[in-house]
Design a protein around this ligand. Structure first.
Ligand code: ZN
Length: 255
């Protein structure tokens, strides 16, 4: 049976900026891809009302997911108000039980923004909680194994103190950089908005500059950085390396 990767991020376009290249590589290996966002990005406009921009961004996110034949799921939290609470966790655990991912990619637990950090915490807990029979959600069964969990780099590679967060693994996404760009460009409303305020195609330039920066660390053209969650009860073997083999480089700056 095909393996499944679930990418859970806070906002529409986070996945495309941080890990769409790796998702594209897994897709090429026959993996089923699911992309979920905690919010539909209701804060991402200065012209449109929250419901209007949310409707547009749900469609854009689904269109981007469709590039990889992926499913798209929105948890319907709100930008700035993502909570680490029972209701939100139950919704995330339910999604994990529905999709039964072998591998989960989420936001960095240290980032400049709490929406991203809380999403990371929700994913961490859901990986384990989805296996526990006494966490009961009607219509769902516990998943058999805790999925392999990876944290993508924080946006812009820095934590709240401005310190660089160094990835352990760098995935060479050079063969699929065009797919990553194509997916990012599905987020038309954000691209146009940034283009409008900066006068240049900032959205694509920023993504490419960061991917190039990570690529330089691995000695390749473009890369995405990850850290694996290796806490107690989580899988300890490196599934990304097992699947993507020589495309995964260990960060030479890390011990
Ligand atoms: Zn975000």
């Amino acid at each position: 049976m095909n393996k499944t990767v679930l990418c859970l991020m806070a906002h529409p376009d986070d996945a495309e900026i941080l890990c769409a290249g790796t998702l594209a590589l897994l897709s090429a290996k026959g993996w089923k891809i699911a992309i979920a966002t905690m919010t539909p990005g209701q804060a991402g406009s200065i012209e449109l009302e929250p419901e209007e921009i949310s409707a547009i961004r749900r469609v854009e996110a689904a269109r981007s997911a469709a590039v990889l034949n992926a499913s798209y799921h929105c948890m319907e939290s709100e930008d700035v108000f993502i909570g680490y609470d029972k209701e939100t966790l139950l919704a995330v655990i339910e999604l994990f039980r529905e999709l039964k991912p072998d591998l989960v990619i989420t936001a960095s637990p240290s980032d400049y923004m709490l929406d991203h950090e809380l999403t990371s915490h929700l994913a961490q807990t859901a990986c384990m909680a989805a296996t526990i029979p006494n966490i009961q959600i009607p219509g769902t069964l516990p998943i058999e194994q805790v999925p392999h969990l990876y944290y993508a780099d924080p946006i812009k590679g820095k934590d709240r103190f401005g310190h660089a967060v160094k990835a352990d693994l760098l995935v060479d996404i050079s063969p699929v950089i065009q797919i990553k760009e194509e997916m990012l460009c599905c987020h038309k409303s954000q691209r146009e908005w940034l283009q409008h305020i900066s006068g240049v195609d900032e959205f694509v330039l920023m993504m490419k500059a960061y991917s190039r920066e990570k690529g330089a660390e691995a000695g390749v053209s473009y890369a995405e950085g990850f850290r694996q969650h290796l806490g107690f009860s989580y899988p300890q073997d490196n599934l990304l390396v097992a699947e993507l083999e020589s495309l995964v480089h260990f960060n030479p700056e890390k011990p």
